[in-house]
Design a protein around this ligand. Structure first.
Ligand SMILES: [Zn+2]
Length: 537
């Protein structure tokens, strides 16, 4: 009976606090009591001495700053990128968007293309069987019952002419348009689409709830063509199953006047008339664009090293809201210092109904139920984690479906580094050891121990979490043990500088690792990432 109860509690912790788009903060906090004391006590003392200054600038969200802080785009130019221009009008009652989109797609490959493949991810939410329910926990994600989400196209044009298209894939999450004539290397094509997006009642990346609309992975986006050809991936249920190229975005949102908007990019204009609010966002050198909207937020704005942190929150600005801003500020400062500069002038930290946290370019979704005094460690770790993804996934891209570890393991390590930078090396060590304990406890039951493999080869969220979040991070920690903190940070700086605004890969990461650390690096890679050699890890 007792044993059963403990198992039930562990499962609950896994599903509610341990999810893989973020990490396992609460569970790890329980285990890492030293770290919990350090962070919580330190913060409480600091807060009692500091007057909380509320800076509600929600009426001043238009920025006159350039979106890019960075001028060295690593050899990538705007002309190399796909250009998206979208207008999205929200019917808040019908939970529906009316959209018009122009995509100027460029053949960035070294061969002519016969076709273009577009991902239509909202279609994954069409049926309860196919919906990518986070953690498979349908009762939590759809507390008011299932209803479908999808895209309905009313018009698709290629270079101004109506064109045949095929919707295919498991849930019609893919669209293929075959060209009359091949698209030559370096040439572009213009696709105009008119479509409606039905938003489902899901507490998910894509869905509405009592307080917000979470609108991510919501528009037709070009699939990636790489050395393996078109990446015809649907919306997998495990991991963050997204792999996209850098793009340029110009998006106009039209919502009821009482609604505030959080979006990837910088707000360049805002017009209120006839009870509606129209805001325009632009972004460049980003891999995706996500937005949320709510009529219940307040916004706190703070500038940190050239970046405007916009913290969207509910209710009063008090200790938890200050903690969120502090964590965001300390994350930006720490990662700027130890990895390389965050290249954008905007970062939105958005409280929403969501199981934990999720990263999108210049925007992170954070579970609103973590904004409670009793959950400060969970709030802090999820914010540091999702902001870490701005470096790993956001700026340095990777195929998150075939090689999920590459951004996720680096991000968990970055979160540990955040604790080290902010609270000292003991806090780094506590964070890492809490993950090590969880990993050791679970590894007997979970999977085959290989970290580098596609999402489809993980048995479950639990298996995925243990290998990609825990073991992958322990690999980087093992490098730190072997070669020292400074050498590992130097390596990550090199990796960031070499692949910023590009797409890295495990092969590129490992090549650079060998170049930096030397021959002995291979043995650690074998043990930790491929589970060969000393399998006791
Ligand atoms: Zn993550």
């Amino acid at each position: 009976m007792h044993k059963k109860l403990i198992s039930a509690l562990l499962v609950t912790a896994l599903l509610s606090g341990c999810q893989a788009p973020v990490d396992m903060p609460e569970q790890n906090v329980v285990e890492a009591s030293g770290m919990a004391d350090t962070t919580e006590t330190g913060q409480v003392e600091e807060m009692s001495e500091t007057e909380t200054e509320v800076d509600d600038q929600s009426s001043n969200m238009v920025s006159d700053k350039a979106f890019l802080l960075e001028t060295d785009m690593n050899g990538v130019t705007q002309a190399d990128l796909d250009h998206y221009t979208i207008t999205a009008v929200l019917d808040a009652e019908a939970k529906r968007l009316a959209c018009e989109q122009t995509l100027v797609y460029k053949n960035k490959e070294d061969q002519a293309l016969e076709e273009v493949v577009i991902q239509v991810l909202p279609n994954a939410y069409r049926t309860v069987e196919s919906a990518p329910v986070l953690f498979g926990d349908i009762d939590s994600i759809y507390p008011n019952g299932f209803a479908p989400g999808f895209i309905d196209f009313t018009s698709v044009k290629l270079e101004g002419q109506g064109v045949d298209y095929t919707l295919y894939g498991d849930d019609e999450t893919l669209m293929k348009i075959t060209f009359d004539q091949p698209l030559e290397v370096g040439d572009t094509i213009k696709l105009d689409m008119v479509y409606d997006v039905q938003i489902p009642p899901a507490y998910d990346r894509f869905g509405y709830n009592d307080s917000t609309f979470n609108i991510a992975n919501w528009y037709p986006v070009a699939a990636v063509y790489d050395e393996s050809g078109w990446n015809e991936d649907g919306y997998l249920a495990v991991g963050d199953p997204f792999y996209t190229d850098m793009g340029v975005y110009s998006i106009t949102y039209d919502v009821p006047e009482s609604y505030e908007i959080a979006s990837t990019g910088v707000r360049t204009s805002e017009v209120i008339e006839n009870g509606r609010k129209r805001v325009h966002y632009s972004a460049e050198f980003v891999r995706d664009s996500a937005w949320l909207t709510s009529d219940q937020w307040q916004v706190h704005v703070e500038e940190v090293e050239g970046t405007m942190i916009r913290s969207y929150y509910f209710g009063e600005f008090s200790f938890p809201e200050q903690k969120a801003v502090d964590a965001a500020r300390d994350s930006i400062k720490s990662f700027n210092r130890i990895f390389g500069p965050y290249p954008y002038s905007e970062l939105s930290v958005v409280a929403t109904d969501f199981p934990s946290g999720m990263e999108y370019p210049t925007l992170v979704m954070i579970a609103k139920d973590r904004y409670k005094s009793a959950r400060m460690n969970a709030l802090e770790s999820v914010i540091a984690h999702e902001i870490g993804h701005q470096w790993w996934y956001g700026v340095v891209g990777n195929d998150q479906i075939d090689e999920a570890w590459l951004d996720e393991s680096l991000t968990v390590f970055s979160t540990a580094m955040y604790y080290g930078e902010v609270y000292g090396d003991d806090a780094y060590r506590s964070y890492v050891e809490s993950y090590r304990n969880s990993y050791q406890r679970r590894k007997v039951d979970d999977g085959n121990g290989v970290v580098v493999k596609p999402l489809t080869e993980f048995a479950s969220w639990s298996d995925y979490s243990n290998l990609v979040y825990r073991k992958g991070m322990l690999f980087i920690d093992a490098l730190r043990d072997e070669y020292g903190k400074e050498s590992v940070l130097e390596f990550m700086q090199k990796y960031y500088a070499r692949y910023k605004f590009k797409t890295a890969s495990t092969e590129k990461f490992l090549d650079l690792g060998k170049e930096h650390f030397g021959e002995s690096f291979d043995a650690l890679v074998d043990v930790w990432l491929y589970n060969t050699g000393n399998v006791s890890n």
